[in-house]
Ligand binder design. Structure first.
Ligand SMILES: Cc1cc2nc3c(=O)[nH]c(=O)nc-3n(C[C@H](O)[C@H](O)[C@H](O)COP(=O)(O)OP(=O)(O)OC[C@H]3O[C@@H](n4cnc5c(N)ncnc54)[C@H](O)[C@@H]3O)c2cc1C
Length: 120
């Protein structure tokens, strides 16, 4: 039998060196590995986080903030600033890059539409 992928990674994560060397313990672990979920890992280690600015209620179709505060007007959101979730494996980066390009194009168009005096 060959162990690879996630099965192998879990065994390496959860068994120490002594347990790896104990054939009986290793065989038992391969058959039934206790996996206790105690708490989420810290956010610093997260590949992705849920939540963010709501599509629709928080931003318009150009991904510009629907801001009541003058300070936040002209702010565009992209990537994980937005409330969206995708499976890992490239979808997150694709979504971040696509929403960044979309927001960037609309930010440029909004800046171009400003009167010259407001462009600073
Ligand atoms: C270990 C790991 C592996 C991953 N693997 C994959 C994968 O294989 N495929 C995939 O699709 N996705 C993967 N992801 C997810 C992907 O990297 C993220 O979804 C993506 O990078 C998020 O991009 P973002 O621009 O929204 O945010 P971030 O990349 O987090 O960028 C936010 C930036 O803002 C900066 N910042 C934060 N606060 C401030 C502030 N107050 N002022 C100024 N700057 C600030 C930060 O320093 C950071 O540079 C992985 C993530 C991790 C952590």
């Amino acid at each position: 039998m060959r162990l690879d992928g996630i099965k192998s990674a879990l065994l390496h994560e959860l068994l120490d060196r002594a347990q790896w060397s104990d054939a009986n313990h290793l065989a038992r672990s391969i058959k039934a590995l206790p996996l206790r979920l105690i708490a989420p890992r810290p956010m610093d280690e997260a590949i992705s986080t849920a939540g963010g600015v709501c599509l629709g209620a928080g931003v318009n179709q150009t991904l510009r903030l629907l801001a009541a505060q003058p300070l936040h007007q002209g702010v565009f959101c992209a990537g994980e600033m937005l409330d969206w979730e995708a499976p890992t494996g490239g979808y997150l980066l694709t979504g971040c890059l696509a929403s960044g390009a979309w927001a960037g194009q609309h930010a440029l168009a909004a800046w171009r539409a400003l009167p010259s005096a407001a462009k600073g």
